[in-house]
Every structure is written in C-alpha cells, then in structure tokens.
Design a binder for this molecule. Structure first.
Ligand code: SF4
Ligand code: SF4
Length: 291
C-alpha cells in the first residue's frame, strides 16, 4: 500500500521542494508513496482543502520555518500543524529552516524558528511531538537523504538519531569525510581559486566541512559531485547556526582559523600544522593537469 505524505510549508523559499524533484528514482518513489498534497508535484488536494479540513496522512513533511502569525491558504501554519500532528505516525522536518530556523530566523516574524529547535535551543511549542520527529537538515536537503529516510519510516525502521533528530546514518559524518582534497588538508596546501581542482579551502576560503555534519562527499549530489569536489567551500548548511557571515573567508586569530575541525583542540591543531608546514610535498604543489 502506498504511504500517504503531506508536504506543507512554513516560511520557505521552495528550495527543498525543488531539490527533491532531483531524486533519481522519482518514478519508483511515486509508486511507493502518494502525496496528499505537495506544493509542486501533482496531488489530489489543494492547499485550501488541506488547511480547512483533515485528510488522512501517514507522514507529515514540514518545509520552512514556523512562526506565529504566518499563514498558508488563509490558515495559521501553527493551526495547520496542530490539525495533523496528533494523528500522523511520523513528522519529518525538511531543511535547515524547518529544523533550526535557517535563513528565516531573521525574518520580520519575531518568533520564526525550527519545529523543535531555534538554532541549538529546544522550543516548547511542539515538544510533545518530539518522539515522532526525524529531521533532515540542509539548504537545500539532499534528495536521496529524504527519500531513504522515508523508505525507512515506511518499513517501520526507526533510524538512530543525533541530538537534533537527524539520522546518524547521514549526519554522524562530517562533510570533510570523502572530500577529494583531504590530502591537501593534511599537508596544509591551500586552494588558490574557486573551481580549481587543487588545494584545500579550509585555510583561506571558509570551507566549513570539518565542522559540518553531513554526507555530501559520501552520497554525492546528482550522483556525481559535491560542492567541495567541484571547488566551492562547504557553507555549513546543515548546522544549527547556518547561515554564518562571511561565508567565503576563513576568519583567523593570529593565523589560527576561528573554527577548527570538531573536537580538535587548538594545541593539537598547532602541533600538527607546525609539523606539516615544515615539509613541502612537491607533488601537491603542482597542477594535477593543465586545462
Ligand atoms: S576543501 Fe573542505 S572538505 Fe575538502 S578537504 Fe578541505 S576542508 Fe575538507
Ligand atoms: S557541501 Fe556543505 S554547504 Fe554544500 S550542501 Fe553539503 S553541507 Fe551544505
């Protein structure tokens, strides 16, 4: 039997709804799931019908930040959630806005934030539903992560979750894991220009991958690439404090990056970088190939 999904949006830019359209096995997905309502994909009920009456649903999907006073289809989004949340089996927050507030933390709505969290702080409003919640953060979400999570929930598999309700299967790693530039990171060889294949972007270009949870270099985007492989720094879009300022610059104090890889003490970082700096690996200083 098809699992019924209802996709609703708080304060959102539609980015996650669009990203999900890139799921490579969408035809099969629509054989296994049906959308009671989706903002883009054809579905049987309009937004107005969804907000004015209850329609049986298995999993409630929430995209976008939640704020008092924000309406969809003429109804407060908070009331819409309250209409469905008690009856669905699971609630999935989709994207960093629905999970932590994301870019809408600074919207004109003073209490705009995530479903369960405002950045790292717990919010009370929907705390009674916390046991049902699985969160897929990201700006936007990786479509495979959402689809795989929904398949797990369909099969009644409860994935192990981290402190922010994100499946550990995807978020126990850092985005740095699997980057093709790891050797440059280890030997402290900087990247010089965005888009180049050589060098690591941690030292100058603000790459946040060593302190960002995610699988972008393990489960590739469009099955072929990732931001850092392509030569763009990771902006930390899955984390509670996203978006930080000065995304393309590494802020330093006395030459030491302000943010170090998770759990690496400053002393360990200084010792290791002192050792690697003492060596010059000529292979890593050269272009990989001329274009
Ligand atoms: S570019 Fe970013 S992800 Fe890649 S090795 Fe450097 S710090 Fe890690
Ligand atoms: S590489 Fe970083 S910024 Fe890009 S999608 Fe992954 S976590 Fe987000």
């Amino acid at each position: 039997m098809k699992t019924k999904l209802l996709w609703i949006q708080g304060l959102a830019c539609n980015g996650n709804a669009h990203s999900f359209l890139n799921y490579p096995q969408m035809a099969q997905f629509l054989e296994d799931f049906t959308f009671v309502h989706h903002p883009i994909i054809d579905s049987p009920f309009t937004l107005e019908e969804i907000v004015s009456d209850y329609h049986p649903t298995d999993i409630l999907l929430i995209e976008g930040a939640i704020a008092e006073g924000f309406t969809r289809g003429g109804e407060e989004i908070i009331s819409v959630i309250k209409r469905y949340a008690p009856y669905v089996k699971k609630i999935v927050t989709i994207g960093s806005c629905a999970t932590f507030g994301g870019v809408f933390k600074n919207s004109p709505y003073p209490d705009g934030g995530g479903f369960l969290f405002h950045e790292e702080q717990k919010r009370e409003r929907f705390a009674s539903y916390a046991d049902k919640v699985v969160s897929i953060s990201g700006c936007p979400i990786h479509p495979d992560l959402l689809a795989t999570t929904l398949y797990m929930l369909k099969e009644q598999i409860d994935p192990p979750l981290d402190a922010f309700h994100r499946p550990k299967e995807f978020f126990a790693y850092t985005v740095h894991n699997g980057c093709t530039r790891n050797e440059y990171f280890e030997y402290k060889v900087d990247n010089h220009r965005f888009g180049e294949k050589e060098g690591c972007m941690f030292y100058d270009h603000g790459c946040q991958a060593p302190f960002t949870h995610g699988s972008c270099n393990k489960i590739l985007w469009n099955e072929v690439n990732s931001k850092t492989r392509a030569g763009q720094p990771c902006m930390g879009c899955t984390e509670p404090h996203f978006p930080r300022q000065n995304l393309f610059v590494t802020k330093k104090n006395m030459g030491i990056p302000q943010y170090l890889p998770f759990d690496v003490p400053k002393r360990a970082y200084l010792t290791l970088s002192g050792v690697t700096k003492a060596f010059k690996i000529s292979r890593l200083e050269k272009r990989l190939f001329d274009v």
